[in-house]
Write a protein that binds this ligand. Sequence first.
Ligand code: PLP
Length: 446
Amino acid sequence: MSTLSSQEIVELTRKYNYGTWRFQKGWTPMHIADAEGCYLITGDGRRLLDFSSQLMCSNLGHKNQAVIDSIAKQAQDLAYAMPGYATEARAELSKLLVEVLPAGLNKFFFTTSGTEANEAAFKIARMYTGKTKIIARYRSYHGSTSGSIAATGDPRRWAMEPAGKGQGVIFGPEVHCYKCPIKHTYPSCGIACADYLEHMIRNESDVAAVLVEPIVGTNGVIVPPDGYMPKLRKICDAYGVLLIADEVMSGWGRSGEWFAMNHWGVVPDILVTAKGITSAYVPLGLCATSEKIAAYFEDHYFAHGHTYEAHPMTLAPAVATIHEMERLGLVERARSLGGYMEGKLRELMERHVCVGDVRGKGLFWAVDLVKNKTTKEPFNTYSDKVAGKVLVVDQIAGKVLGEGVTIQAWVSHFVVAPPLIVTKEEIDRGVAALDLHLSIADGLVE
Ligand code: PLP
């Protein structure tokens, strides 16, 4: 037992740590002392319903005994062996991944984060194709280190420019039917945003890969229209360009399929994932590649690796997580609760003028706030955030917290993504807390 008081825990954390993606001033971290199922328990004993699975990663919920046991057992049996060795956890997980990943993604590189898994994917794509450029899209996030932040389309990249600029990354249009950047309307547009990516490939030389989040996560849970992914697959095939799917957030049942790409029956050449792979019990990332890429490296040097790659302590809980997801039927559960969640969020949109759009799949949804329903102008932009302004969504999230519900707010929307074990009653409770405080934004609508 710690001898520190709750107040000391907060003060020491605040004094000696950076609060990320924010000004340090004004950061008072909340003390989380315990957690159980869909709830976090604060240092002063409040139970908070986690309506975003922390960072859309605690998919199984907290205190899953099978995952806890797997960690304890692995620590007893073998805490570490260097990556060149074979371990039971590595073999077991590999066998399971072949079963749950889209067919043909059979060769794995394990990391300790989504960021590193993307870095691995970029290097592998460049080594395999002998080409450099990666086409990413504006509304996207792929990680925070130099390569992955350079491939991030959203303004989090700006802080690293010009140092991180380029790195062989160019940006194409996002697929965002609600706020189409070229003001087209689906389906009459014929999915012109995919055609434009083809135009880019034709007019650039040296393109190694197209990088997409199949369902865009932090940037607003953007689900592409059904024809987009199959069209992109065809374009990539026609030009010998690899398709990389970043499923760090969208994977592991979150959208009602094991992986979001399954919604469209499209298999990428490289799939990157993390977060739900261990339900955040331990840090693990995965870069899974196709057999043709694997075959290439049989007689070409694989120039990549980490000390903590394929760390046994990260792999054993992933095995337990997958078994638990299967035992509890969580992929099916996310799919079947998706309709319920959608109904509740659509009611919210009807009741509040500030809600411009709700969109998502499974248990992965955005509630998008707009100041003006016609122009779809948001209340805030990322520039307001880096200027230290108090954002409307953060004000609302603060009030929702007062109701005992935590929710992730990002610039001008909320990400609603509770643990996949959530009940209908808990969905009702989370939506009701939002319902109570969206009136803050209703009052600001023009
Ligand atoms: N890719 C996507 C789609 C993400 O959502 C994230 C994190 O939110 C990352 C990559 C980076 O993963 P990590 O934070 O584990 O490095």
